[in-house]
Design a protein around this ligand. Structure first.
Ligand SMILES: Cc1cc2nc3c(=O)[nH]c(=O)nc-3n(C[C@H](O)[C@H](O)[C@H](O)COP(=O)(O)OP(=O)(O)OC[C@H]3O[C@@H](n4cnc5c(N)ncnc54)[C@H](O)[C@@H]3O)c2cc1C
Length: 421
């Protein structure tokens, strides 16, 4: 049996592991987290709509029924393509075939300071941290006597008008609309400022113009300000400077402005292309290492006539590439070139407010929201998770609230407390 080492158990890595022939391959999935998770719903974790465990699934539970797949935890420190070994934070692993499916990380566009000051949603941990910070601001504002300081505490700037930015801005808007009046009687809705800024001329730029216009309308109905053609240049001492020179105070900045490939040290420079992605051929083989190294999903840069800059960094190309590579590895004949089947795109702004582009068909409102919910529910791994998510959604829909707004801070570790002391 050949040993296949898959780095990354996201959509790409997990789907490949599941479809490799049990009789041909001994598969190991290596990931720094011991669970697979569902990024499309990270924004609901960040806005206290779902618990992190509802959208996460332990690898070991998934792999125990597969037989030929094992899991090791570890952060990859370096790959040695000549020696066919990978060095992780804990061990050195030998492989016959290496599959790199490490996805992407936040891109701060050469503003390294930004990394420490803004909140993100690129992992479950980051989404949970963002939730804590949002709740922290609401609680502190509820005690604040000085109106100016209260307004400042309640200022939330969401950077990036792609689906994640729109979704988190909408979710905070729903908190302002539904939760503030019910549970924070000390706070005035008008004091809470939620603004979404986007560098280009419209939000949801990868979707149809109809979707962009409708999403913007939905956001405004949730009292979220939308500013397009607005580029952020820096964020210092809570002051944002925009490209036109304007300086504004923003207490909380939530960053969704871009991603870059999560590269691994040791990869030759000639394999790396635009956006820090690994250049692959139409079979997901890494250029120059076609016989033994593959890259899949967000990290893979495959250029085709239809996608000259690479495929969109969303779940479907990752899943479809994984299945295609699985078929080629199982067949051993490399007959199947990858062709992306675009099934459409969607974004939700809040309850009954969603937009869906399915080829030439467009939906919005309640029907789009139902389509969005159904597709996300069936895509989540694990029946327990699906039931939990569905119950939470029904509960939220009926009560306009959740019981997940818990700020968990261990008193034993003062450095992790942030209680203003
Ligand atoms: C907030 C958010 C919302 C999104 N919403 C949508 C959506 O609505 N629809 C949609 O289609 N797509 C959405 N996406 C994009 C989608 O999640 C990605 O396209 C998809 O996850 C890519 O799959 P992947 O397997 O390539 O990478 P990932 O799913 O990112 O998996 C990469 C894995 O590699 C592991 N890893 C990375 N580096 C290392 C290392 N050095 N060592 C060990 N392990 C490592 C990570 O822990 C992770 O488990 C969203 C993404 C985010 C962040």
């Amino acid at each position: 049996m050949k040993k296949i080492l898959i780095i990354g158990g996201g959509f790409a890595g997990l789907n490949l592991a599941k479809c490799l022939d049990k009789r041909m391959y001994d598969v190991m999935v290596l990931d720094r987290h011991n669970f697979h998770c569902f990024p499309p719903l990270f924004y609901q974790v960040a806005s206290s709509g779902l618990d992190a465990s509802d959208i996460s699934f332990p690898f070991r539970r998934e792999f125990k029924r597969l037989g030929n797949v094992s899991y090791h935890m570890g952060h990859v420190k370096e790959v040695d393509l000549k020696g066919k070994v990978v060095h992780t934070s804990y061990e050195t692993i030998r492989y016959d075939y290496l599959v790199i499916a490490t996805g992407t990380t936040n891109n701060f566009f050469g503003m390294p300071d930004m990394e420490k000051k803004v909140f993100c949603m690129k992992t479950v941990a980051e989404a949970s941290h963002t939730r804590d910070e949002i709740l922290d601001r609401l609680e502190r504002a509820a005690m604040e006597k000085n109106p100016e300081r209260r307004r400042r505490l309640l200022s939330f700037l969401v950077v990036g008008g792609g689906p994640s930015g729109v979704e988190i801005a909408g979710a905070i808007g729903e908190m302002k609309k539904d939760i503030l009046p019910r549970e924070y009687p000390e706070l005035d809705q008008a004091d809470m400022n939620i603004t979404l800024v986007e560098g280009s001329s419209r939000i949801l730029g990868a979707m149809s113009e109809k979707c962009s216009a409708k999403a913007e309308k939905y956001l405004r109905s949730l009292m979220v300000n939308v500013r397009t053609d607005t580029m952020l240049k820096s964020y210092e001492d809570k002051y944002v400077t925009f490209a036109d020179g304007t300086r504004e105070y923003w207490e909380t900045v939530i960053w969704n402005a871009g991603v870059r490939g999560e590269l691994i040290p040791g990869l030759p420079q000639e394999c790396v292309g635009r956006g820090g992605r690994i250049i692959v051929d139409r079979f997901n083989r890494v250029v120059g290492h076609e016989d033994s190294v593959f890259a899949l999903g967000d990290i893979a840069l495959m250029t085709t006539e239809k996608y000259p800059h690479g495929h969109p960094q969303v779940a479907q190309p990752a899943i479809q590439q994984a299945r295609n590579l699985g078929r080629n590895l199982n067949g051993g004949d490399w007959k199947r070139e990858f062709e992306y089947n675009d099934k459409g795109s969607m974004a939700t702004v809040g309850k009954n407010r969603a937009v869906v582009d399915l080829g030439h068909t467009y939906f919005d409102g309640w029907i789009a929201w139902m389509i969005w919910m159904a597709i996300h529910l069936v895509s989540i791994l694990g029946m327990r998770n699906r039931i939990n998510v569905l119950l939470n959604w029904i509960w939220n829909y009926l009560t306009y609230s959740t019981s997940l707004r818990l700020l968990l801070r261990p008193a034993r570790f003062p450095e992790r407390r942030h209680w203003g002391d």
